[in-house]
Design a protein around this ligand. Structure first.
Ligand code: ADP
Length: 599
């Protein structure tokens, strides 16, 4: 067991040494990642000479080629497991943007018009009738590419398609054949695609190698390329760059660059000063793929820029709407102000009209009173004469020495009764003349007619006009102002009297009739006067319309106002046998209606 221990220890040391060995060796090992897009062998063939040259020029370093695919290269750069990178221009700009990889030299092909611009694409299609001629003809056709991540094998042509107004979606499909690129020929021959994308000069190389017939394939979208030995369907871009990682020592980078630039051409290819790769960046920017994929993302500014016409239209509509709303609001405000003004004017006019009407009412009452002055005198005369008679009788009775108390009491009662009658007449007249507020009460129109006629009888008698009265007795009660209704009746009666001035004595007469009209109470004042001519009828209710020499033309207009303010109606009808009937109707009051309608 003890003897075994040193052996185990020695083994452990050996394993550790083996594990650490590469790290120790890596101290001066310089690792160069090379994109082996067509396999490690091809990469070795293309770049062995460069690695060997560097090894010779800088013997203190051990240069190692690390062939990697696209993902491997990205990983190596990200993990910093290599010092230099040789990759295609498309991959280079991605590494440059993402990891600060910097080009030290660019491959050139001696003998070309522009020695560094060698990367491009050629689109080929089987040479038969109906084949696509221009790039636009690729719409709705299948396009074979080695890989959708290839630069010269796809992205370069994608940009040309984009310029021609086509997107990959316009193609019938992209057929990925995989490396090597010669598989494109097979895909076309087998009919798996209608056209295929090759890097420049591959077609010429294949023809030279006898892999394809000279006329077997035609170039699609061929563009002139003066000084370039191969046929082209795209622009040309700078060749592969030799680049250092951001962390690679500057001294090492400097010595490597210097030795690259002094390397003798191998098969006409050598390293030259680093070229401008902005044209390669332009491809990625135009296609909006990483590192320019952010351009495809919708930013607010980009969105607005893209849809500016919609925004403009919406802006215009909004502006129109704002103007419209502002205009409508202004109009509404103006109209409201106008209405307010109109209402104020109307209210003022109504106030004035009311004041005028009140004045006219007063005026009219006084007018009627004037006309009734003799009537009043007569009315008062009767009780006064009766009082005088009573007083004289009593005086004579006493003078005759008689003292019968019963006789004296009767005389005194008679005097008191007549005095009360005179006082009642005066009260009524005062009430009639007094300017007053309307007072509604529940009335029986029969009562009002009776009272009015009591005031009017004397006048009618003196004019020799018989009064006939027919009272319904069961009139619906009305809610009305007693004095106003009396005023209406008096007016109608006065007009009836006036209309009969020229009527022969025996034909004269006024009939007052009350009647029930459904739930309403109706009053008719019928005379045997002149009746109405068409002209008089037309203006009957006009204020100040009169045909009388001393008339005021106020009576009927006031009457109509009063009746209508009670919710009633006043109208005139010529009698068939001459004369006129004035009628008015007043609505029965609510309580009355209910009783009316109750079963
Ligand atoms: P006034 O009595 O001061 O003329 P009214 O308004 O009462 O004013 O009457 C206007 C006019 O209507 C009268 O002038 C008269 O021409 C006519 N009128 C009114 N009542 C009668 C009536 N019963 N018969 C004929 N005409 C009448």
């Amino acid at each position: 067991m003890l003897a075994a221990r040193p052996v185990v220890l020695a083994r452990l040391v050996l394993v550790l040494a083996l594990l650490l060995a590469p790290r120790v060796a890596a101290a001066d090992e310089v690792r160069i990642a090379v994109l082996a897009f067509q396999g490690e062998e091809r990469a070795a063939r293309d770049f062995d000479a460069t690695i060997a040259h560097l090894g010779r020029a800088l013997p203190e370093h051990h240069f190692v080629m690390v062939p990697l695919d696209l993902d491997g290269i990205t990983r190596a750069v990200a993990e910093k497991t290599v010092d230099f990178v040789v990759t295609n221009p498309g991959d280079y700009v991605v590494l440059e943007s993402g990891w600060g990889v910097t080009r030290l030299a660019t491959l050139e092909s001696r003998g070309r018009a522009t020695p560094t611009d060698t990367v491009g694409s050629t689109v080929v299609a089987p040479n038969r009738p109906g084949r696509p001629i221009g790039l636009k003809d690729l719409a709705h056709r299948r396009l074979a590419v080695v890989s959708t991540r290839a630069f010269g094998g796809w992205r370069v042509i994608w940009r040309e398609l984009d310029d021609a107004g086509l997107t990959p979606a316009d193609l019938a499909g992209l057929v990925e054949t995989g490396f090597p690129m010669e598989t494109i020929f097979a895909a076309l021959r087998e009919g798996r695609a209608d056209a295929g994308v090759l890097r420049t000069c591959l077609l010429e190389d294949a023809i030279a190698a006898g892999q394809v017939g000279a006329d077997e394939f035609a170039v699609v979208g061929e563009r002139p390329a003066p000084g370039f030995p191969c046929r082209l369907s795209s622009r040309l871009y700078p060749d592969w760059p030799f680049s250092r990682l951001a962390g690679t020592s500057p001294d090492l980078a400097k010595t490597v660059t210097a030795s690259l630039l002094t390397m003798a051409p191998v098969e006409g290819r050598a390293w030259t000063a680093p070229q401008d790769y902005t044209s390669v960046h332009a491809v990625f920017r135009q296609l909006r793929i990483p590192p320019y994929d952010f351009l495809a993302r919708v930013t607010l500014v980009g969105f607005v820029r893209q849809h500016w016409h919609w925004f403009l239209a919406a802006g215009l509509i909004l502006a129109w709407w704002i103007v419209h709303v502002a205009r409508v609001e202004t109009l509404v405000r103006r109209r409201t102000a106008e209405l307010t003004r109109e209402i104020a004017v109307r209210e003022k006019a109504e106030d004035e009209a009311r004041a005028n009407r009140e004045q006219r009412d007063q005026f009219s009452r006084l007018g009627i009173l004037g006309e009734m002055a003799s009537n009043i005198a007569h009315e008062l005369n009767q009780p006064l004469a009766a009082i005088a008679n009573y007083a004289e009788g009593i005086t004579r009775f006493i003078d005759a020495g008689r003292t019968d108390p019963a006789f004296l009491r009767d005389g005194a009662r008679g005097i008191a009764g007549q005095a009360e009658r005179a006082a009642a007449i005066i009260r009524r007249i005062r009430a009639f003349v007094r300017r007053r507020e309307a007072e509604r009460e529940t009335l029986d129109l029969d009562d009002v007619v009776r009272e009015t006629l009591a005031l009017f009888e004397g006048l009618a008698a003196r004019r020799g006009i018989p009064l006939r009265v027919f009272l319904a007795g069961d009139l619906p009660k009305v809610s009305a102002d007693r004095v106003e209704i009396e005023q209406v009746l008096l007016n109608l009666l006065q007009n009836a009297v006036d209309a009969m001035i020229d009527t022969p004595g025996r034909e004269r007469g006024i009939t007052v009739r009350t009647s029930r009209d459904g739930a309403d109470a109706k009053v008719a004042v019928r005379d045997h006067g002149t009746g109405l001519t068409d002209e008089t009828r037309a203006h009957l209710f006009d204020t100040f319309f009169t045909t009388k020499p001393q008339g005021l033309g106020l009576g009927l207009s006031i009457c109509r106002t009063i009746v209508e303010s009670h919710g009633g109606r006043l109208w005139a009808e010529n009698n068939p046998d001459g004369g006129l009937t004035m009628r008015f109707v007043l609505p029965g009051c609510a309580g009355e209606r209910e009783t009316e309608e109750a079963p």
